[in-house]
Design a protein around this ligand. Structure first.
Ligand SMILES: Nc1ncnc2c1ncn2[C@@H]1O[C@H](COP(=O)(O)OP(=O)(O)OP(=O)(O)O)[C@@H](O)[C@H]1O
Length: 461
C-alpha cells in the first residue's frame, strides 16, 4: 500500500483529498504547516508528498528545498489553488517535481500517485544531474550561498524591502526571483530597469497614466507598482536612476500610494520592493548616486552576493548545470573533461556566473562531436579580465601605467622588448611609490626577479 503525505492548510480540501486518496487504497497522513510536515518526515517515509504552495509558516518551496536537501526519496507534487501562481508553479516544476491545480478529482490523483512517469519523481537531494535548484532557481552549495539561502528564507517570510548588492552577473535578478518564489506573495514579479527609463516617462512608468493624460497616451496604463500588486517589484540598476528622477520614486515609497498621471484617484501600493545595484554601499554613499532617504527605505534588508571567484566551490556545479541544460535542450550527451573543469575553477570570472554560462555555451557550440566533449578556447580571459582583477587602488594605477605604455603612440618600430619591459617596471614602481614587494606583485613576477632586473639596469648604465 502506498503512503501519501498531504501538506495543506485548507481543511476542506484536505478532507476531500484524504477521502479520495483512501478510496485509491493508499495510506494518507496530513500536515497543515511546514513544521508539521517536517515532524512527519523525520519519523516516517512516504511514497508521495502532495505539497500546497502557500502554507501558514512559509512557501511549499521551503519544504521542497528541505526534502531535496535531506535526501528524502519521495515523489513530490506541488498543488495550488491560486490561479495567479499556477503558471509560476508550472515553470518551477521540472522533470523531478509534478504539479496539480485545485480543484482536483480522483482521476488526477490516481494519475499522479500511480503513474510511473518520472515527472513526479524526486531523486533525493541531488538528482542524477548532481544539483539542487534552491527556491526553484538557484544553484550553488558553497558556504556563501548557504548563508544567503538562510537570509532569503528568513526575509521572504516578511514584507521587508531587500537591496541586492553585487558585481555584474553574480545573480542579483535570480536572487530576486528566489525571494519572490519563497514568499507567500500571490502577485507577480515585475521588473524594471531604473537606468533605462526615459526621463519624460518616469511618472507613467512608475505610477501609470490615464487615457489622454499626454500626447500618445492612447489608453490607460498601469504603472509597475500597480502591476506588482501583492507580488514583488524588482528595481534593477537602482543607482543608475538619475538623481533628478529619484523624487518620483521617493514619493511612492513615502506615501505608499500611487496616482496615475492625469488621474486623481490614489491606489495603495502593496508589494515588496527588491532593488539591485552593482555598486558598493561605500560607493553609493561617496558618489551620492542614490538619495539617502531612498536608500534607507529600500535597503531595510541588504544582501551582498559574493562574486564567483570568492565561492569557487560552486564553479563545477554551475558548469555542469549549464552543460546539462544545453544537453537537455538539444538532446545531446556532451561531457566536460576533468582538466577543463580544473581550468574553469582556476579562472577568476570577472563577469561572474553570466560569463561562466556564456563560456560553457561557447564551448558547447565548439564541441567535438566525435568525442562528445566540450572544446574551450586556449585562454579563458575576456577583455575585462585584467581590469576587473585590479581591485585595489594600486592595481588600478599599474593597469593605467600598463595601458599608457601599451597604448603609447610613440613606441618606435624596433624598440626592444627589454626596453619596454624596463619602462614598464619603472612606471609600475613609480605607481606604488617605489615599494618593490607591491610592484613585483602587480607585475606578476617574484621580488627576486624584480631585484635582478633592477640590478641589470644599474649595471648596464
Ligand atoms: N545561482 C545561480 N544558479 C543558476 N544560474 C544563475 C545563478 N546566478 C546567476 N545565474 C545565471 O547567470 C546569469 C546572470 O544572472 P543575473 O542576471 O541574475 O545577474 P545580475 O547580478 O542581475 O547581473 P547584472 O547586474 O549584470 O544585471 C543569468 O543567466 C542567470 O540565469
Amino acid at each position: 500500500m502506498k503512503s501519501v503525505l498531504l501538506v495543506d492548510d485548507d481543511l476542506e480540501f484536505s478532507e476531500l483529498a484524504c477521502r479520495i486518496i483512501e478510496y485509491l487504497d493508499c495510506d494518507v497522513y496530513c500536515a497543515a504547516s511546514i513544521k508539521e510536515a517536517q515532524q512527519w518526515l523525520s519519523t516516517q517515509t512516504f511514497d508521495h508528498i502532495l505539497l500546497d504552495f502557500m502554507l501558514p509558516d512559509g512557501s511549499g518551496l521551503h519544504l521542497l528545498d528541505y526534502i531535496q536537501s535531506a535526501n528524502i526519496p519521495s515523489s513530490v507534487t506541488m498543488v495550488t489553488g491560486h490561479p495567479s501562481v499556477k503558471n509560476a508553479i508550472a515553470e518551477l516544476c521540472n522533470d523531478n517535481v509534478g504539479h496539480l491545480t485545485k480543484p482536483i478529482d480522483a482521476d488526477d490523483l490516481k494519475k499522479i500517485l500511480f503513474t510511473t512517469s518520472h515527472k513526479t519523481k524526486v531523486e533525493g537531494k541531488r538528482d542524477s544531474k548532481d544539483y539542487t535548484r534552491h527556491f526553484g532557481c538557484l544553484i550553488g552549495e558553497s558556504e556563501a550561498m548557504k548563508e544567503m539561502y538562510l537570509m532569503i528564507e528568513r526575509v521572504a517570510r516578511t514584507d521587508a524591502n531587500v537591496m541586492l548588492l553585487g558585481e555584474s552577473g553574480v545573480g542579483k535578478e535570480m536572487v530576486a526571483q528566489a525571494i519572490h518564489n519563497a514568499s507567500n506573495n500571490t502577485g507577480d514579479r515585475v521588473s524594471v530597469n531604473c537606468g533605462a527609463i526615459p526621463k519624460d516617462l518616469i511618472g507613467s512608468e512608475l505610477f501609470g497614466h490615464e487615457k489622454g493624460a499626454f500626447t500618445g497616451a492612447n489608453a490607460q496604463k498601469q504603472g509597475v507598482f500597480e502591476l506588482a500588486k501583492n507580488g514583488t517589484l524588482f528595481l534593477d540598476e537602482l543607482t543608475e536612476m538619475p538623481i533628478d528622477m529619484q523624487p518620483n520614486l521617493l514619493r511612492v515609497l513615502e506615501t505608499q500610494t500611487v496616482t496615475k498621471v492625469g488621474g486623481t484617484k490614489s491606489t495603495p501600493v502593496n508589494c515588496r520592493v527588491v532593488s539591485a545595484t552593482n555598486r558598493s554601499v561605500e560607493e553609493i554613499a561617496q558618489n551620492k548616486v542614490l538619495r539617502e532617504d531612498i536608500y534607507f527605505r529600500l535597503a531595510v534588508f541588504p544582501i551582498t552576493i559574493a562574486p564567483l571567484r570568492e565561492r569557487k566551490d560552486d564553479i563545477p556545479l554551475l558548469a555542469k548545470y549549464f552543460l546539462n541544460e544545453l544537453n537537455q535542450q538539444h538532446d545531446t550527451q556532451i561531457t566536460m573533461s576533468r582538466p577543463d573543469l580544473d581550468r574553469l575553477v582556476q579562472h577568476d570570472w570577472p563577469g561572474n556566473i553570466r560569463e561562466l554560462k556564456h563560456t560553457i555555451h561557447r564551448a558547447y557550440i565548439m564541441a567535438d562531436l566525435r568525442h562528445k566533449c566540450l572544446v574551450f578556447p586556449d585562454t579563458l580571459d575576456s577583455p575585462f579580465s585584467r581590469r576587473s582583477s585590479a581591485t585595489t587602488q594600486a592595481d588600478c594605477q599599474v593597469v593605467q601605467a600598463q595601458d599608457q605604455l601599451i597604448n603609447k603612440p610613440d613606441i618606435a618600430v624596433g624598440t626592444t622588448i627589454e626596453a619596454l619591459e624596463k619602462e614598464l617596471i619603472y612606471k609600475t614602481l613609480d605607481s606604488v611609490d617605489g615599494n618593490k614587494t607591491n610592484a613585483a606583485k602587480l607585475l606578476g613576477i617574484s621580488t627576486k626577479t624584480l631585484y635582478n632586473r633592477l640590478n641589470t639596469y644599474q649595471h648596464s648604465h
